[in-house]
Design a protein around this ligand. Sequence first.
Ligand SMILES: Cc1ncc(C[n+]2csc(CCOP(=O)(O)OP(=O)(O)O)c2C)c(N)n1
Ligand SMILES: [Mg+2]
Length: 897
Amino acid sequence: MKASKKDNYSSRGASASTGNGDKMSESLQSVFELAMQSQGPERTAQLLEKLAAQLRTAPRPSTSLTTPYVNTIPPDQQAAFPGDRDIERRIKSIIRWNAMAMVVKANSNTNVGGHIASFASSATLYEVAQNHFFRGATDDFPGDIVYFQGHAAPGMYARAYLEGRLDEKHLQNFRQELAEGGGLSSYPHPYLMPEFWQFPTVSMGLGPVMSLYQARFNRYLQARGLVKWKEEPKVWAFLGDGESDEPESLGAITLAARENLDNIIWVVNCNLQRLDGPVRGNGKIIQELEGLFHGAGWNVIKVIWGTEWDDIIKRDKSGLLLKRMDECVDGDYQKYIVEPGSYTRKHFFGKYPELLELVTHLTDEQISKLLRGGHDVRKMYAAYKAAMDHKGQPTVVLAKTVKGYGLGEAGEGKNISHQQKKMNEKELREFRGRFDIPISDDVIADMPFYRPPVDSPEMKYLLARRKKLGGFIPARIVKPAKLDVPKLESFAEFFSPSKTEISTTTAFGGLLRFLLKQKGFSKNIVPIIPDEARTFGLDVLFREIGIYSSKGQLYEPVDSKTLSYYHEAKDGQILEEGISETGAMASFIAAGTSYATNGVPMVPFYIYYSMFGPQRVGDLFWLAGDIRAKGFLLGATSGRTTLNGEGLQHQDGHSLLHASTIPTCLPYDPAFSYELAVIVADGLRRMFVENEDIFYYLAVYNENHPMPAMPAGCEVGILKGLYKFKPGAEGKKIKAHIFGSGSIMQSALKAQEILAEKYGVSADVWSATSYKLLRTDAIRCQRWNMLHPTQPAQKSYVETLLAKEQGAFVAVSDNMRTVPDQIAPWVPGGLFTLGTDGFGRSDTRTRLRRFFGVDVESTVIGTLYALAEKNLIERQVVAQAIKDLGVDPENIQPQLG
Ligand SMILES: Cc1ncc(C[n+]2csc(CCOP(=O)(O)OP(=O)(O)O)c2C)c(N)n1
Ligand SMILES: [Mg+2]
């Protein structure tokens, strides 16, 4: 079908009788002319306005953006299927068998779970794409980008087995990754199968939203001249109809239309069911989605009925068949699958005698076998072909299928289908019979996997198709590449004291601008901002590097005369995502995996309000680890008390904890510009020269303070997580240690002075840049020691560093106490922690810090208390200090739970 934007819109809402529409418009024209002649223009205008008012208030059907419940592509406009249907069916049947056997076998002696019904419903959707559309990576083509529905993973493994990419042992160990020789991961996880899977999808909604931003990122790379592709790859996303309930799935679809992303094709597997039951039992999910996608500006292709229906639909002259198709709800359609053909004859066709006439030539058996469109290769091929050829808009293919197709009694169309993972021998025989698998009765109970001989027509066909299309999919191919990142020495300007007091956020701004000046490297930087550049003082970048816009700038910005005007450009470098942390994270992931997906390493710096980071979109942070993303996340306006005024929902004291949960994430809480510079320089080296699959979370703050010179030799400590920043006063007998971080480091430094002057305590101040890294290093040693009890014990970095230190240890930060407490077991004599547990408040920094107990006075008192607990000073000293320093011991406390 030659679909154009115009075709698409003009056909919307039109019934089969476009001719009637034309007649109606002619009649209206005549009435108009008559009115003009007899009443004159003024009176005609009045009449028309009155009619228009009536139209505005008239009730409209809620489905005004939908078309009738039939295939979008009429049979006479359908591209012919170019493949060998018979061979493709046989290949697909074998894949179906192996996918099913993999799950049933795994569950016959374990309880590892798995899904049969999802792939059973989507086998044709994938196979048509595999045999005719998905293009693999070649030397000058990066390969189409495909997001597979997570629960259909067994189908992808079963195909890879036929392709010779996986062997029987792999299939045998489905969901048993720790078995000897390794196994297959339950779902698409690049972390676990880095040469196979590209995109994690099984947390519903994340695949869809990532695919949108990936398609846009591909345009960004092209617009900036960073890639030169012979052809543009297509981004395909397969999702479930139930999955469309996730706000992440549909919340960003307007982006694709706004950006004219005709490089993306979504395929929604509309099997009408999700896990518990029907997706829209009382309505129609396909119609609902059609309306939504049309409204969002997408090209929508519905594939509802298989080829056998064409003739039945054509023969219906009464219009009653369309009416019947429209009036049945999905709950009815599900029932027609579960019940025999006689039921469909009676309840579907039987509602109107005229419809019964249409199927008198069919037996009940034949009625029950009338295919849904998503199981018909000819219909799916035509839909994909139209989607591939469509220009100017993204396309969604809404394919109607049957959940658990082919499982028969074992779970076809049943509400329990999703959870079905066992089959008895009778059910296995039925399945084998239905799909004609050459497995004999005597071995069927063992569910052997089946791979036809290499020289069989099936294998030859399958391999030839993939060869023609450029290679296997999914496949994650990473070509080694290094970026010319600046060396640590070149960051020298950040190692000397700042001229004025600045915040670490401002320091980061300077660092980013410095990196953007590094020739050869700067082009690979992708600054990402969700509508907060001004908050972080980064608006100057607008003019300097431009905001990416596929349309350039079609207007003169109101601030065009100012230095940092709002500058949009076709080759702009900044991704300004608007108020969408989800979208910004999806962009971070697209950019951070560009080294693998596009063969072009890109370095994302995504800066955002730290409270709206992992707390808001934590699942995408987790996914960034799984997908092996690289780059820097900057949680700005960090700290429960440093961000003052904004109150409970903005003040973040726990992102560092969230970030600590992600194995490949390195969280840092730098206090000074030079720390930030050392961390970023080393991060660039590790990620883009050493090619480690890690990413960084940096807490940055908005409190201005002096930025000191970098003490000699502290680089290793900064990177490992702890170093002594400023030793305590000499000649004092009582010794203490204060671990500070972020902007609360300032409290630690002032407390150090007071402790020396008033209480005779020499407190060393340490900068704790990363409690998580200290902890993971300690845990590694501890585990080794436990398992090698007779060998000399290993000592972690933190233990080694603190081994000879005397006195009490105190930590203070603008985060929950749990952040520093991560290292408590390895601090000699334990750690006393001050922190900001509890909900934030809007107030000044001074009052907030007193309230939470992380101000200078509280830090002094905390240190004295820790010393008293160790009997290193009298308790009376602490009591006196509380009085002297004016701290009210009965002050209200944050609610801790
Ligand atoms: C975020 C999230 N929530 C819940 C689940 C659990 N879950 C797995 S599959 C599924 C139902 C899927 O239905 P649908 O999207 O229609 O896919 P189908 O299997 O029918 O093709 C649910 C709820 C999940 N994987 N991710
Ligand atoms: Mg479904």
